[in-house]
Ligand binder design. Structure first.
Ligand SMILES: *Cc1c(COP(=O)(O)O)cnc(C)c1O
Length: 401
């Protein structure tokens, strides 16, 4: 290395300018470091707090049985899989997890990916091309948006939850020809509301289109996919992740034999990527077994959601936010201005509650929010404490116009 001190590069000048702009707009993002386990009680820089912003909806990320299954596989198999699955990276732990997931989902086959991002990019790029049309809910997860764009297909952005708009888009797409896909989250990650999957499934079938549903926030929390979406209600292509309610990491696509065999040939994010660590698959198997044998966790989560909603409603009117209508563990409090959302998040953190402020570009300008996520692992004292803290927070006046 040349030790000469040189000035900032053109790149650094450009980036510093952009970072300054983000700071000035209250849109600058920073991480906090967690020491130790990622349970409900977190240690952040020596300070203990209760987390209300994790997607670990059932508390399985810190369940000792899940950790033990991972540890036993680590000891037996080692850390890395060493290669892509098509080369020599496909372990018996992966194969067993795929079989168990297919059985749980009531589908012929499952293919494991190393993340939900990889699954959505690989899937959409493999199934659709430039002659095709993808009809996408405007609030879809970023990975679905990027996957649809990467495919090169014509991108039709449907207003959120607007079935009539999707029907109209289907007619247009049929006139143009090519394959048609309808792409949607099942539970929208920033609003917590649900897509009408059975309606979409029937529409797709009637129009010769393929419905692709990403159930990252429903899998493990809602009833098993086969029971939730029986028969003609089922999306043809089902995606879910293992890093949320399963407390592990990775994702999968479930569907027909032909779909999975095709993805094995063509999903580039799968073909050209190292298979996930076998120990993670072992941990996910243990988590899936717990979900299947202990329905109490889902029931407890439902009780926690109801308790939170009732508590916020009991705070009455005149509060500087609005609780969105949501029956899922994602319970957003709309604040509006990004700076005020940050101030509220900071005030709660000082009181020992960590609730993330979600700002543009993740959500539309003027809809910055506190995204409260509930877990089966929260107890009543923690939930009541959060409600009380929210009720006692005073916001600075809205100075931005
Ligand atoms: C979290 C999430 C993903 C990304 O999954 P990762 O495994 O974290 O990469 C994809 N889709 C949706 C709807 C998600 O919420």
């Amino acid at each position: 290395m040349n030790a000469l001190v040189v000035g900032p590069s053109l790149l650094d000048v450009r980036l510093s300018h952009e970072l300054e702009r983000l700071r000035a707009a209250d849109l600058y993002r920073q991480r906090r470091v967690i020491d130790g386990s990622h349970g409900v009680r977190l240690s952040v820089g020596g300070k203990s707090c209760i987390s209300f912003c994790s997607n670990d909806y059932l508390g399985l990320a810190s369940d000792p049985r899940v950790a033990e299954a991972g540890r036993a596989a680590l000891t037996r198999v080692g850390t890395g899989s060493g290669a892509a699955a098509l080369i020599s990276g496909y372990n018996a732990e992966h194969a067993r997890l795929e079989e168990e997931l297919a059985d749980y989902c009531g589908r012929e086959r499952v293919l494991l990916f190393s993340s939900g991002w990889a699954a959505n990019l690989g899937l959409l790029r493999a199934l659709f091309g430039k002659d095709d049309t993808l009809i996408c809910d405007e609030l879809n997860h970023a990975s679905l948006i990027d996957g649809a764009r990467l495919s090169g297909a014509r991108y039709v952005r449907a207003p959120h939850g607007d079935i009539a708009a999707i029907e109209a888009a289907l007619i247009g797409a049929k006139e143009r020809g090519g394959e048609i896909g309808i792409v949607s989250d099942s539970i929208f990650s920033m609003d917590g509301d649900e897509a009408e999957v059975p309606t979409l499934a029937r529409l797709a079938k009637r129009s010769g289109a393929t419905l692709i549903v990403d159930d990252a926030h429903g899998f493990g929390v809602q009833p098993a996919p086969g029971a939730r979406y029986p028969g003609a209600d089922a999306p043809e292509v089902y995606v879910a992740t293992l890093g949320k309610s399963l407390g592990a990491s990775g994702a999968f696509v479930a569907g027909s034999e032909a779909l999975i065999e095709f993805l094995i040939q063509r999903a580039r994010t799968w073909v050209f990527s190292t298979a996930p660590p076998p120990a993670i698959a072992a941990a996910a198997r243990a988590a899936l077994a717990i979900i299947r044998s202990e329905p109490d966790h889902q029931a407890q989560l439902a009780r926690n959601i109801a308790r939170f909603r009732a508590g916020i409603a009991a705070l009455g009117d005149g509060l500087p936010f609005r609780l969105m209508a949501s029956t899922t563990p994602i319970q957003p409090l709309i604040v509006g201005d990004a700076g005020r959302a940050m101030a509220l998040s900071r005030a709660l953190f000082e009181r020992g509650y960590w609730v993330a402020a979600i700002r543009p570009p993740t959500v539309p300008a003027g809809t910055s929010r506190l995204r409260v996520t509930l877990s089966a692992a929260h107890d009543e004292v923690q939930i009541d404490g959060l409600i009380e803290a929210i009720g006692s927070c005073r916001l600075p006046p809205d100075t931005r116009r």
